[in-house]
Design a protein around this ligand. Structure first.
Ligand code: F6P
Length: 490
């Protein structure tokens, strides 16, 4: 209802690299998969609520087999609530735009993750070309002069200005799902001005936290001739004004029907313990991530090792299960990271394991949402130790899954979510001693304290859910549209 109020019949077009549904060929025919993506988790419920068109890169082996002549397919499969338009990229375009500029350049640049960003001229050319192709798709989809276009993430920094040029009346809401670094860090990017100018084609540019907004405004101040109104958080560049605002992203809070369909926490525990062959009377900690060097998986393992080292009473009684979905494996940095994690897990298991006891279980495959919910409900502890993260939705999903008010969240202070979820045990993942101590504290936390903390965390996530995120952004856009209409009249 909130979304309908703000949009009142306006056409909504979402643009993202990752598609919400991937069609794959399998032995049983065509199967549909959901990608491991915080962006998709957050944007999909909004899209289902307001219909419209989602434009994304078609990446599944059967994607082309299910689309119509306009490259569109209705989704969710069987429910047909909105249109997914696929853009087909050549292997060369995907290499340069996605693997190259987006994931070897902008990803480490913005996360300041101690992985040196790579800037190749050929990647930049592919990035510009692909941004233009997606901008063309937006223009082709637009049924009016002023659609609402929701641009997602660092794959499309140039697209807002490209769309603005062709649809000057469009309301372009761009959301940057990853952090924005300080001006010095961003300044090493050879195309810093072009990227800033591209983003300033947006009507509203959103980040997860005020801190990232401030970094962006300071970056513009450093590298462009623009007028900044700090009081209103706006930037005027070439006669065009952009609002820079923080909108902390979130998840869809599970409906009572969904929650009623979950197996009890005890049942989930039994299933997980049975499947992995774990001893029954243990403290179970879990981590759920993409296999990405920004997620602090290595630091997490180091903390587990340190816990077993300094508190031998946990040896045989503490198990850590890490679900890590392989990601961007075409990049050497990601492949070697995964190998390194596998080596460290093996080392810990050799050091502390014994017959019938393996302290670390590394499940390096993609897990569907239901399997992850089961794991969350089975766990005593959830570890989120990102070295830098725009928001992080795993911690919010864990909290949403614990209607039994049990379980302890350990959360990195470098994840945007730490600003909201202060009842978690907040840690600096670079500090192994502190993280190991937090693990001990979590593992020994009395049920009453768990309940108190979890109830408060759940209150926050329930209230500040993904509809609040989208609703606030769209309400700001609605006010902006109204103001432009009024100004056009005078
Ligand atoms: O939220 C950040 C993000 O990069 C999204 O843009 C993306 O969908 C997700 O993480 C997963 O990454 P990828 O789509 O590259 O697998």
């Amino acid at each position: 209802a909130l979304l309908q109020t703000h949009l009142s019949g306006d056409q909504v077009i979402v643009v993202s690299n990752r598609e919400p549904y991937i069609h794959e060929h399998a032995d049983s025919g065509i199967v549909v998969k959901r990608p491991a993506s915080g962006l998709v988790t957050a944007v999909e419920p909004v899209m289902r609520a307001c219909s419209g068109t989602w434009i994304a890169h078609g990446s599944g082996s059967a994607d082309r087999d299910v689309v119509d002549a306009g490259d569109r397919v209705l989704v969710p499969p069987g429910q047909d609530e909105y249109r997914l338009r696929r853009v087909w990229l050549s292997a060369e375009e995907e290499q340069g735009y996605y693997y190259g500029l987006a994931n070897e350049g902008l990803w480490p640049l913005c996360h300041v993750a101690h992985v040196r960003p790579v800037f190749r001229e050929s990647d930049w050319e592919a990035y510009k070309r692909v941004n233009q192709r997606f901008a063309d798709a937006v223009v082709a989809e637009a049924r009016s002069e002023d659609p609402v276009v929701l641009v997602q993430d660092y794959h499309f920094a140039l697209l807002p200005a490209m769309v603005r040029e062709r649809l000057p009346q469009a309301t372009i809401l761009t959301f940057w799902h990853i952090p924005w670094p300080n001006p010095e860090s961003f300044g090493i990017c050879p195309w810093r001005r072009e990227i800033l100018q591209g983003l300033l084609g947006s009507t509203i540019l959103g980040f997860h936290t005020r801190f990232h907004c401030k970094n962006f405004i300071e970056t513009v101040d450093r590298y462009l001739e623009a007028r900044i109104e700090h009081e209103h958080s706006t930037i005027a560049f070439r006669e065009k004004e952009t609002l820079i605002e923080s909108y902390p992203i979130s998840i869809e809070w599970p409906s009572p029907e969904q929650a009623a369909g979950w197996a009890s926490a005890a049942e989930c525990r039994q299933r997980v313990v049975g499947r992995l062959g774990l001893p029954t009377d243990i403290c179970l900690a879990v981590g759920v991530d993409r296999f990405d060097y920004t997620k602090g998986i290595l630091e997490r393992l180091n903390a587990v090792e340190r816990l077993l080292e300094k508190r031998p009473e946990w040896v045989g009684r503490f198990v850590f299960v890490q679900v890590a979905a392989p990601t961007r494996s075409a990049l050497e940095e990601y492949r070697s990271f995964q190998e390194r994690i596998e080596r460290v897990a093996e080392r810990i298991n050799q050091r502390f394991g014994r017959p019938g006891y393996q302290p670390v279980h590394l499940l390096a495959t993609h897990h569907e949402h239901d399997a992850v919910t089961e794991l969350y409900r089975a766990a005593d502890i959830c570890m989120v130790t990102s070295l830098h993260d725009g928001m992080n939705l795993v911690c919010k999903e864990f909290v949403a899954a614990r209607d039994d008010l049990r379980g302890v969240l350990i959360l990195s202070r470098f994840a945007g979510a730490a600003r909201e979820l202060s009842e978690a045990l907040i840690v600096n993942p670079y500090h192994v001693e502190e993280t190991a101590d937090a693990l001990h504290r979590a593992a020994s936390m009395p049920p009453a304290e768990q309940r108190e903390r979890m109830a408060s965390l759940r209150g926050t996530v329930r209230e500040f859910n993904v509809y609040r995120w989208a609703g606030r952004m769209l309400a700001d856009a609605g006010r902006w549209r109204l103001r432009s209409r009024i100004e056009a009249r005078v």
